[in-house]
Design a protein around this ligand. Structure first.
Ligand SMILES: [Zn+2]
Length: 111
């Protein structure tokens, strides 16, 4: 029976595009193409699971701070259900702010 790891099949090698596989002896993920075929397939891309968890947790905290700073949770709570069209516009605005912030933080996440 194999261990399932949180990020298996959710990360892809930046060179070959194949999924990253968990390896116990590396305490993290390596390029699946490299794992299967060696250096003729790809290079030895790797990331430790703990480093990945730390980075993702930092991003989540950063996003939560952004939501708080922008007062987005109270905006969401106060969406006016009686005026659906107005609420739709507000929701769209909140969505764009979150997407913009996410894009900024993801671009600094790429190694
Ligand atoms: Zn690769």
């Amino acid at each position: 029976m194999t261990d399932t790891h949180l990020f298996t099949n959710h990360m892809y090698c930046s060179d070959c595009g194949k999924g990253m596989w968990y390896r116990q002896n590396r305490h993290g993920y390596i390029c699946g193409f490299y794992a299967k075929h060696g250096t003729i397939a790809c290079t030895n891309h790797a990331i430790k699971e703990q480093d990945l968890k730390n980075v993702i947790l930092r991003r989540i905290k950063n996003m939560a701070e952004f939501i708080h700073e922008q007062g987005l949770e109270s905006k969401l709570r106060n969406l006016d259900q009686r005026h659906a069209e107005h609420s739709q516009e507000e929701l769209q605005e909140i969505n764009e702010k979150l997407a913009g912030h996410l894009e900024k933080s993801v671009s600094t996440f790429i190694y």
